[in-house]
Design a protein around this ligand. Structure first.
Ligand code: HAM
Length: 426
């Protein structure tokens, strides 16, 4: 089979990570971990296999049809997790009573969804999850969004490169109430409204009719989608209801945190997962030419819905796929795979022992070293090490042995310094 033969490809939608891809992935994981740590989140993890029972829920959510399921040899119905949130809820419920709240946890979880393959969507992705459980105030929303913004900064994006669009399902409920839609229709209406732009208005109408809404109500719901500012919302609801006060408090905290300029009120942000109850949000590139970079919101009923004691939750999921596309377009993902490593090569077998001694001494002192396993012509050594993005190189020839010193070359600046071999071995 020849190179590039399709039989060597991973299954559709799954990815291999060659060293250069792994360098990008590591840079993203590092930014996520550094931001989460800077904001006081604790790391947790779980197995990628989950019981199907936990993931089963009401119809209407796209994710339900995307779950990879299988039966094990004892006929247990299992699934590959499609998201981390139900697992987090299960883990917290398993220790409810013994965890001190609010807890702030983060995970980097590989998730599987049988998705239609489009730009920014794979059938497997890594998702950074940041969640705060047990904090009813919007300080939690401000905190998780500020952490995500910190990660975007660590990845090299400027404030002007992205925007966080937010809305509130609690406010949407007030608006639906104000036009006479009873509460039992709200959740299904959110899920239909979330499909705006993805399916036609006629299809949306059919879905709303089948959930029991009449034509007049449907028209009124469509007119709500025309709202474009918070002031327009407050004209209809006043600003005294708790849901409105929460949004104002959220904006006040965001202002003090220096992230308010990145926030945009957007009535079309509803989110496709049914468990959200309050503020919902999605991060986008400034031109909105990619899918959401991250998305999340408040989910105050999920813990009790899965059978645990009631506990509030706020969190977000931030995938590796979209942000990698954005970084690549901005020319920011050319991270050298060996940026911290010194390459050592030698011209003839006679210099191999010296090369091995130098490499061993440097490694003992904590330097990362890539040591050549065979002799090499200087041209081939410098072309290979140049391509792999090493920090510096030591190439040993017969003259160096006679001089008892080596030249350490900085591969970025091309500057060389001569160092006695005895000094390195000391
Ligand atoms: P989600 O919006 O379904 O939310 O996914 C969050 C993020 O994961 C998306 O914005 C995107 O970056 C990434 N993502 C999702 N599906 C794919 C895919 N097929 N390919 C590539 N990237 C993808 C959730 O999953 C919620 N559980 C987030 C959350 C945590 N809410 C509260 N806590």
């Amino acid at each position: 089979m020849s190179q590039g033969d399709s039989s060597f490809n991973p299954p559709r939608g799954m990815r291999d990570f060659y060293p250069e891809d792994m360098a990008v992935r590591n840079a993203i994981f590092n930014a996520w971990t550094r931001a989460a740590t800077r904001f006081g989140f604790q790391h947790y993890d779980s197995c990628v296999v989950e019981s199907l029972e936990l993931l089963k829920r009401k119809a209407g959510e796209e994710i339900v049809d995307q779950i990879y399921t299988f039966t094990d040899k004892s006929n247990r119905e299992l699934a590959l997790r499609a998201e981390m949130t139900p697992t987090l809820a299960r883990m917290v419920a398993a220790r409810q009573g013994s965890l001190s709240l609010p807890l702030k946890w983060f995970a980097i979880a590989q998730c599987f969804r049988y998705e239609r393959m489009t730009k920014g969507r794979k059938r497997e992705h890594y998702q950074w999850n940041l969640d705060i459980i047990g904090e009813p105030s919007v300080a939690a929303e401000a905190e998780v969004i500020a952490t995500a913004i910190c990660a975007l900064g660590l990845l090299g994006l400027a404030k002007t490169d992205f925007r966080i669009h937010f809305n509130s399902r609690a406010i949407l409920s007030l608006l639906l109430e104000s036009i006479g839609i009873p509460a039992q229709h709200h959740q299904s209406t959110f899920l239909v409204l979330d499909k705006r732009g993805k399916i036609s208005s006629e299809e949306m109408q059919t879905l709303m009719t089948s959930s029991g809404l009449d034509r007049q109500n449907i028209d009124k719901i469509f007119s709500l989608a025309e709202i474009s500012t918070l002031d327009q919302v407050f004209e209809k609801t006043g600003d005294s209801p708790a849901a409105c006060q929460q949004v104002l408090k959220f904006l006040e905290l965001a202002n003090v945190m220096g992230i308010k300029d990145s926030l945009v009120f957007d009535i079309s942000v509803i989110r496709g997962l049914s468990y959200y109850t309050g503020i919902v949000f999605e991060g986008f590139d400034a031109g909105k030419s990619y899918r959401a970079i991250f998305g999340g919101g408040r989910y105050d009923n999920l813990m009790s819905d899965i059978g645990g004691s009631p506990m509030t939750g706020v969190g977000l999921g931030f995938g590796d796929v979209v942000v990698a596309e954005i970084l690549a377009e901005a020319g920011k993902s050319c991270i050298g795979t060996q940026a911290e490593t010194t390459a050592i090569g030698f011209m003839e077998d006679k210099q191999q022992i010296t090369a091995v001694s130098i490499a061993s001494a440097l490694r003992r002192k904590g330097t990362n070293v890539d040591l050549a396993t065979r002799n090499e012509k200087p041209k081939s050594f410098f072309s290979r090490t140049g391509k792999l993005g090493f920090k510096q190189a030591i190439y040993i020839g017969p003259d160096d042995i006679i001089a008892s010193s080596v030249r350490i070359k900085d591969l970025a600046t091309r500057n060389e310094r001569i160092v006695p071999i005895s000094e390195i071995l000391a």
